[in-house]
Design a protein around this ligand. Sequence first.
Ligand code: A2P
Length: 298
Amino acid sequence: ASKTVKLNTGAEMPTLGLGTWKSQPGAVEKAVAHALKNGYRHIDTATAYANEKEVGLGIKESGVPREEIFLTTKLNNSDQRDVEGALKRSLEALDTPYLDLWLMHWPCPMTKDGKADKEYDWLDTWKEMERVYKANPDKVKAIGVSNFSVPYLRRLLEHATVVPAVNQIELHPACMQEDIVEECKKHGIALTAYSPLGSDASPLLTNPIVEKIAKKYNVSPANILISLQANRPQVTVIPKSVTPSRIDQNAKIVDLTEEDVKELASIEKENHLRVCKPYWTGWGNIGFPDLDTRVDPG
Ligand code: A2P
């Protein structure tokens, strides 16, 4: 796998980053500092994670110069009507002059009290993100989206004047989302794989296929899951950990064979898993076909 992915802006995004969804404020500062001191150069956070301030502190604590780091945060659903204000607040919380990448977290405008804001269209949010990006090239180096399924991407591309640099989605062997990866490739949009390990208490870490391939390369199952995404062209990957030894372990990426990839991708047929279902936004399945057939909307 290559060490960086080139974005449509020309910027190089490190293939491996540290994820911070569910990283508690107390632990995330140390995790970020540890990762940066040990070679990571890409950190992913979001306003919704309520840890931007501590991520910023971790960056400072690491001593790694800001310009060597690729920093991503995300516009919160409840901030879709206040794009410019949200940027200001994220920059302040992270205590940084600029973001390398700013994503619309979900195509799901929500009110402050956590309900779907059905009077508002996320496409208007994107237009406002484009405006703010063009007006502030010193503050936002790239804009993109997250949790965009194929129909949502198509609608966006029909109206966009800026093609998103990245679409960040859930990707692991039980959720390969080839249709979205293909659509993004067609339009020069890079991807970021979140929950590459299958999130907390993941069954993927003890999956026999994953374990078998891990043994073959003499690495941990986590390394195989991270490598699977890193080996896909134009895909970056952000395993989350607050455990220093795991942060170190996760940095090892191996080159998998086509055969390994095929075998890993077959896990999905038996064991479909989606960690982050969008129903909590009140906007339904937002175009993810695998969710149409699910019985539980929880
Ligand atoms: P922790 O943060 O306590 O170290 P994902 O990136 O798919 O969201 O997965 C994150 C989950 O996987 C967290 O519970 C994290 O625990 C755990 N994790 C991270 N790295 C490893 C690893 N190398 N081995 C086992 N579990 C890991």
